[in-house]
Write a protein that binds this ligand. Structure first.
Ligand SMILES: [Zn+2]
Length: 370
């Protein structure tokens, strides 16, 4: 081993940056600086007024920041002002490619999926499974088999059955919705245009501009499948008892997949979807059939989510009155049922808000209620 001993003092080091990356106080200094910049230069009074008493001016978490505004002029003005001051006062630069604009609105209905739409997909999105008889393409092997077994006429020109409701249809509709965003007004930082997106991943949750809850849950399911692939060898290892592997499954996969489920609009259709995925994963672990795991799961993921949501609802209802999470939950919901389908309060469909607040005050009793 070679060691160096410095006898003389080193030359002076010119610290050219305020904060060094990886330095221990670095994140704290960064947050203090960013907080000051946002407070003074992001036009906090230019946010969105949701109700007479509730407004939202920013969403910040560490270096992730969202600035809402009623239209593209306002968001442009907020961002440009922040960017100018961040540069001049702190040498901070907002990354244009990483910053996206999202229009929060109901999406207009897109035209129905046609074979031309499928043929005109960009190369990287082209469907991979082609019928060798008629040339029709499919995004999944399953879709191709169904087509071959039931529909294929063997000729290219015959009238094709509609794609409605198929995986292909969903993909094309998604592509159209994404394309539609480019026709909407543009937000800029200075002279640079930001890309309009339909969905955006914020703190691990993919959020759609029209609030479509399927996007959010499907995103977590995809992350879950990715994890499942990484750990498949452990989860399916015959050497380990099934019980141990189920516990691993809950710790590694279920917790990843249900991350932020407290904010899901958990409608019945999505409960079924999650149960379906759970049954496919479980069946690989327990070797029971997918059907068995769907009907009577070894581990009930929907119950698990409902329980987590119930605990979270209790937690919010016990918060002090002024807390933002509590105010958003209560002030954007009706006082009594029916609540918005799939919302946290709808998990208690027969009780008024006041009753729920009362019940939540006793944590142990609250737990017993579910
Ligand atoms: Zn065919």
């Amino acid at each position: 081993m070679i060691g160096f001993i410095f006898i003389k003092k080193s030359r002076n080091i010119n610290v050219r940056r305020g904060v060094i990356q990886g330095d221990i106080p670095s994140p704290v200094c960064f947050l203090v600086a960013l907080d000051k910049l946002l407070k003074e230069h992001s036009q906090l009074d230019n946010g969105l007024q949701l109700t007479p008493t509730l407004s939202i001016s920013e969403l910040d978490y560490a270096d992730d920041c969202a600035l809402p505004g009623a239209n593209a002029e306002i968001t442009t003005s907020r961002l440009t002002n922040l960017d100018t001051h961040a540069k001049s006062l702190a040498g901070m630069v907002i990354s244009v490619p990483k910053t996206k604009a999202q229009h929060i609105m109901i999406q207009p209905k897109m035209s129905e999926t046609t074979e031309d739409d499928i043929a005109n997909l960009p190369t990287e999105k082209q469907f991979k499974f082609a019928c060798d008889k008629c040339g029709r393409t499919f995004p999944t092997n399953h879709g191709l088999s169904v087509h071959k077994g039931r529909w294929c006429k063997g000729r290219r020109r015959t009238k094709q059955p509609s794609r409605k409701g198929s995986v292909a249809d969903r993909i094309i509709q998604q592509v159209k919705v994404e394309k539609h965003q480019h026709t909407l007004p543009v937000t800029r930082i200075g002279n640079e245009e930001l890309e309009n997106v339909y969905t955006f991943v914020y703190l691990g949750a993919e959020i759609a501009g029209d609030g479509n809850p399927e996007i959010t849950i499907c995103h977590r399911i995809n992350v879950g499948w990715g994890r499942f692939g990484e750990y498949r060898h452990v989860l399916t290892a015959a050497k380990l008892p099934v019980q141990t592997r189920i516990r691993l499954y809950i710790a590694i996969i279920v917790n990843t997949m249900t991350y932020a489920c407290g904010a899901w609009l958990f409608v019945d259709k999505l409960k079924k979807k999650l149960n379906g995925v759970n049954s496919k994963m479980l069946s690989q672990i327990t070797l029971r059939s997918i059907h068995q795991e769907a009907a009577k799961p070894t581990f009930d993921i929907v119950d698990f989510v409902m329980q987590k949501r119930w605990e979270y609802l209790g937690h919010i209802l016990r918060m002090e009155d002024h807390r933002a999470t509590r105010r958003f939950l209560l002030e954007l919901s009706p006082n009594s049922p029916p609540y918005i389908e799939g919302s946290l309060l709808a998990d208690a469909p027969n009780r008024t808000r006041e009753e729920l607040i009362q019940l939540a005050s006793d944590r142990d009793e609250w737990r017993k209620l579910l």
